[in-house]
Write a protein that binds this ligand. Structure first.
Ligand code: C5P
Length: 209
């Protein structure tokens, strides 16, 4: 099937460093779908909060250049993003942009925490990608070290645990698998295996259309 005018939404949710981004990029590149990392929206809000802008104002005046910043992938920004993300008005300010992205022609992959539950409850494919927190912390620690951050692994693990608890425990769009999501546990999966498993699920539904 050619992507042309077709609308097809893939929703990928799960906790930090479970492999959502890697899987989403692979789906996007293989099937030619557009990709939105919705965590970047919340990170951009968190960054602006750290710079002194109130969270709801930061979210409702978010510009493309805020999302394109190259200093959003730090633990401090992740924590600020998670705090801002618990505020209902912050989330509400970001809904339309995400829904418009999801309904573009040619297919879209969105990853985050509430894509299959709140942003795109009608998504064609829903995946909930998980992994144990020790495995996730190790991956995130390797990434941070590769980018020059010499944070210790125990700190990364406690940051991830705090963020998981806040994201899953908040009242507004908590991180939770949609009832109809396929769960993919990547704890013991090499990256290429996780990508292959996700692609198989997406292709089955895409090819049936
Ligand atoms: O995915 P990432 O780790 O970059 O997301 C940063 C934070 O943004 C998350 O910990 C979460 O609090 C928030 N977020 C969210 N809903 C999304 C995407 C991210 O609440 N759809």
């Amino acid at each position: 099937m050619s992507q042309g005018k077709v609308k097809f939404t893939v929703a990928i949710d799960g906790p930090a460093a479970a492999g959502k981004g890697t899987i989403s990029r692979a789906i996007s590149e293989t099937l030619g779908f557009a990709y939105l990392d919705t965590g970047l929206l919340y990170r951009a809000v968190g960054r602006r909060v750290l710079d002194g802008t109130p969270a709801v104002i930061a979210a409702s005046t978010l510009r493309h250049r805020d999302i394109a910043r190259n200093d959003l992938r730090t633990p401090e920004v992740a924590a600020a993003a998670s705090e801002a993300a618990a505020i209902p008005d912050v989330r509400a300010a970001l809904v339309n942009f995400q829904r418009e992205f999801a309904s573009r022609d040619g297919g879209a992959v969105l990853d985050g925490r509430d894509i299959g539950t709140v942003i795109c409850p009608e998504a064609d494919v829903k995946l909930f990608v998980t992994a144990g927190d020790v495995a996730r912390a190790h991956r995130r620690w390797l990434e941070l070290r590769a980018s020059g951050n010499d944070i210790d692994e125990a700190t990364v693990l406690s940051d991830i645990r705090a963020r998981d608890a806040r994201d899953a425990g908040r009242d507004a769009a908590p991180m939770i698998a949609a009832n109809d999501a396929v769960q993919l546990d990547t704890s013991d999966m090499p990256v290429d295996e996780a990508i292959a498993a996700a692609l198989l699920i997406v292709r089955k539904i895409w090819d049936a259309r």
